[in-house]
Design a binder for this molecule. Structure first.
Ligand code: NAD
Ligand code: FES
Length: 292
């Protein structure tokens, strides 16, 4: 069992929990995720690792209520426990594999949208620990929906907050701030964008024009998180990839976002999964058990 040591509401429908999970805390790196199950019959829920403390043996998870399982999860209290946690899953951020000098020479721009701020945070924090100050844009619909601002402020080189309605910070979507920074003379070697798929799609369309290499973190529907079920199938550079084992980070200029968003909605129904099984043949895998 994995005990919840602390829990807090970050904003409407978004929660953070500190969970005792020493083996995951000892090994996880920025960019990775985990899957939790509340009880034996519970749904497997993939979640962002927002922070970790190797000494205390804890991981911080952030989640948004999107359905019945996450609603139940939000009702858990300090002292309650998860039945299972599997992780760390996925490949760590490419940045963690770079030589320290190579990393220090890079000008890095992070673009975080909404709940996507949670997976951006450990990357920026890890970079600060390596002596690298990254610029970070955080976008939220309104001031009330902004999360982790003080935490991000403490680790970012420059933090640019933007709200769609202009209720706080700059006004407009994250793409507007990218354009503004570039026209103010800022230059970057790489952009890392994490947020809703539609945001990552539009960030990539812009950064393609700006010739700015861009990494995105994909979070399609996942079931097993081990490459067996086929749920998280994506098309990247014309090749079939599975976000849970080949990602979650990919070259954003190679990701087929329209296909990913369409597949995400088709996968939700039994009929849709049967259609995908027919269309995708062997690469569908079908290991989730939901599509026969
Ligand atoms: P949101 O809809 O509030 O959007 C956050 C920000 O993204 C906006 O403020 C805006 O600046 C930007 N954005 C949105 N649409 C845009 C567009 N068309 N063009 C340019 N910028 C745009 O975000 P939310 O409600 O927090 O997002 C929830 C979604 O994020 C869920 O679908 C969840 O699955 C996904 N998510 C993704 C990751 C990941 O790893 N990629 C992590 C957590 C959550
Ligand atoms: Fe990726 Fe099953 S969640 S293949």
């Amino acid at each position: 069992m994995y005990e919840i040591l602390a829990s807090r509401v970050l904003t409407t429908n978004i929660y953070e929990m500190v969970v005792k999970a020493p083996r995951i805390a000892a090994r996880c790196l920025p960019g990775q995720f985990l899957i939790v199950r509340m009880d034996e019959r519970g749904e497997r829920i993939p979640l962002t690792i927002c922070d970790y403390d190797r000494t205390a043996g804890t991981v911080n998870i952030v989640f948004q209520i999107v359905g019945a399982s996450t609603k139940r999860m939000a009702e858990l209290q300090t002292g309650d426990a998860f039945q299972d946690i599997v992780g760390p899953l996925g490949r760590p951020s490419e940045l963690t594999e770079m030589d320290a000098e190579e990393l220090k020479a890079k000008k890095i721009l992070f673009v975080a949208g909404g709940v996507g701020t949670a997976p951006v945070y450990p990357q920026v924090k890890w970079l600060k620990e390596q002596g690298v100050a990254a610029d970070v844009i955080v976008g939220a619909k309104t001031k009330d929906l902004l999360i982790l601002e003080p935490e991000m402020e403490a680790v970012a080189g420059n933090l640019y907050i933007t709200t769609d309605d202009g209720s706080y910070g700059r006004s407009g979507m994250v793409t507007k701030t990218i354009e503004d920074l570039v026209s103010e003379g800022k230059q970057y070697d790489v952009c890392i964008a994490i947020g809703p798929m539609i945001m990552m799609k539009f960030v990539c369309l812009l950064t393609k024009k700006l010739e700015l290499p861009t990494i995105v973190s994909m979070n399609p529907i996942m079931v097993d998180g081990t490459g067996m079920c086929g749920a998280c199938r994506l098309n990247v550079g014309g090749q079939v990839k599975f976000a849970c084992v080949d990602g979650p980070e990919f070259d954003g200029h190679q990701v087929d976002f329209d296909q990913a968003m369409k597949r995400q909605s088709i996968y939700r129904t039994e009929e849709g999964r049967a259609k995908l099984a027919l269309e995708e043949g062997e690469t569908h895998h079908g290991g989730c058990g939901n599509c026969n």
